[in-house]
Design a protein. Structure first.
Length: 119
């Protein structure tokens, strides 16, 4: 994925990923209630996302549609984190995550399942 989204733009995208296609007004109302943004701030961020090719706008009512799936952004952000902080090593990231806290038996089972699917 070649689109780089900033945290504020990701908040707009998150509304679309959770709610599906939404009007700009609906996005602004939600983000206004959630984080206190005014309408103009939200509209500016929507326009930035449109310019970057992350959102498509249609009429009527300035309907917004996410052009990129959340999974693609997660993959790109994870890749960037691995390269920037862990010298490109997934093993170092994995070790850091596992070393942060004691895992529950359920979490360990989930990890085993994920690893099993990769083998």
């Amino acid at each position: 994925m070649d689109i780089k989204l900033f945290d504020s733009e990701l908040k707009v995208m998150d509304v679309l990923w959770k709610q599906g296609d939404s009007t700009a007004k609906h996005i602004a109302d939600l983000l206004g209630a959630e984080i206190g943004w005014n309408k103009n701030t939200t509209y500016t961020l929507i326009k930035r996302c449109i310019k970057k090719g992350a959102i498509e706008r249609s009429e009527p009512n300035f309907m917004c549609h996410a052009l990129i799936p959340k999974e693609a952004v997660q993959e790109a952000e994870t890749e960037e984190l691995i390269n920037k902080i862990y010298d490109g090593s997934e093993d170092k990231l994995f070790a850091a995550l596992l070393g942060r806290k004691k895992l529950s038996a359920e979490q360990i089972e989930q990890l085993k399942q994920i690893i099993g699917e990769l083998e």
